[in-house]
Design a protein around this ligand. Structure first.
Ligand code: FMN
Length: 405
């Protein structure tokens, strides 16, 4: 570090710590905690542990933290305890936003619906997707959504966003990625409809765009609306970058969002494409009590858990094409764990950087980078935090090397 006139370390003001507007909201810096299911909600409600988890992230200096994957309706859930947006959840959501605001950060909330791979036991209904399709995840066939279903789901997203505004959130993030319902509509693999919600690319994009519009209309001016959009699904026959670019241009011209967070991959088909790094198969098998399911997992693992090596800023090549094509503020996500790659993202025109595992491992990283005390997260991309999610709450195993073994 350079020496100042009095021999003290000179703090270089980093482009990461410039305040910025996100729609109607001002963030204290450019660092956003991406949605990472915390595994800490109970009965679909915010718990004290969940509030404490995000208070810790907020106190670490991030500009905005994001409460992960809240289902807009019971039928959209993948597990029984998943956050469920309904009036009963309001007091907990309020205590969440108060805690985060108390630490000087903004509060975001991710809204989604699992569609085809919703868990029928948790959801209480047969999964609904763009088309009828067998879901090995759900263990049953989904049914194709009717126009009535679509109207109801659209209204559920709008109501959930309204509830988020009431609870004091600064931003809602609508999930258009990772193979969830709205991403299923975009994907030619899932969307085989012949009506106006399928067929052409414009048809496939129609329902997700309608949902974004409904969320915008339900919240206008009260909070920022963002979307987490797949740039590609990561398998042949899925959504490709060219199509996603066109979809992003339409979303931009609709004026329904204030920023796009760029992602990729599919939770059931290519989960490692969205994460990269080690496949924690040993820990997954150790956590499964049923012999039959353990066997099934061993058989399916090579197909479902194809590995991609971890690389710093792994989505940058695709994201550059979106930066070149759009004027909307963009959040770069995926493998940002060093200060150098975060600053490079800013230099390449990305307005925000979104961090998942880097902050699970090091909640204080933003503040330590701001003070010039750290230049990288200690995350090793072992991905065992994902296993911990279902074992009492998402956490970094580096805090307890014996965990998960
Ligand atoms: C434990 C864990 C849980 C996650 N849960 C979600 C989620 O609920 N919703 C989502 O969109 N992405 C989820 N993700 C993906 C991250 O938001 C992010 O897209 C991915 O980890 C890549 O970013 P990173 O390299 O900064 O970790 C999760 C990731 C992890 C590690």
């Amino acid at each position: 570090m350079a020496q100042g006139v009095h021999g003290e370390p000179e703090r270089r003001e980093s482009v990461l710590f410039e305040p910025a507007e996100l729609g109607p909201v001002r963030l204290r810096n450019r660092l956003v905690k991406s949605a990472t299911n915390e595994g800490l909600s109970r009965q679909g409600l915010v718990t004290d542990a969940l509030v404490a988890w995000h208070r810790r992230i907020a106190a670490g200096g991030v500009g905005m933290t994001t409460l992960a994957y809240c289902s807009v309706s019971p039928e959209g859930r993948t597990f029984r305890h998943q956050m469920l947006m309904r009036p009963e959840a309001l007091p907990g959501l309020r205590s969440f936003t108060e805690a985060v605001h108390g630490e000087g950060a903004a509060a975001g909330i991710q809204l989604g619906h699992a569609g085809w791979f919703a868990n029928p036991r948790a959801a209480g209904a047969r999964p609904v997707g763009p088309s009828r399709m067998f879901s090995p995840y759900a263990g049953t066939f989904s049914r194709a959504a009717t126009e009535d279903d679509l109207a109801r789901i659209r209204a559920d997203f709008a109501a959930a966003a309204g509830l988020a505004a009431e609870a004091g959130f600064d931003a809602v993030e609508v999930h258009l990625g990772h193979g969830y319902l709205l991403s299923q509509f975009l994907s030619p693999h899932h969307n085989r409809r012949g009506d106006r919600f399928g067929g052409s690319l414009a048809g496939r994009a129609r329902f997700p765009r309608e949902v974004l519009r409904a969320v915008r209309d339900a919240t206008r001016g009260r909070l920022a609306v963002t979307t987490k959009l797949n740039m590609e699904d990561g398998f042949a026959g899925g959504l490709e970058v060219e199509d996603s670019l066109e979809i992003a241009r339409w979303i931009e011209s609709d004026g329904s969002v204030d920023a796009i967070q760029l992602t990729g991959g599919h939770t059931t088909r290519t989960p490692m494409f969205l994460m990269r790094g080690e496949v924690p198969l040993r820990e997954m098998l150790a956590g499964e009590r049923s012999l039959v399911r353990r066997l099934g997992m061993r058989l399916l693992a090579p197909r479902m858990l194809r590995a991609w090596p971890y690389e710093e800023a792994f989505f940058l090549p695709q994201a550059r094409r979106f930066r070149a094509a759009l004027r909307l503020p963009l959040m770069l996500l995926g493998g940002l764990s060093t200060r150098a790659s975060m600053e490079q993202a800013r230099a390449e025109g990305f307005d925000f950087v979104a961090l998942g595992r880097a902050l699970i491992a090091d909640p204080d990283l933003p503040e330590r980078m701001r003070r010039g005390e750290a230049s990288a997260s200690r995350c090793t991309h072992c991905n065992r935090c994902v296993i911990e999610m279902e074992r009492g709450g998402t956490r970094c195993v580096l805090d307890d090397p014996a965990a998960g073994s």
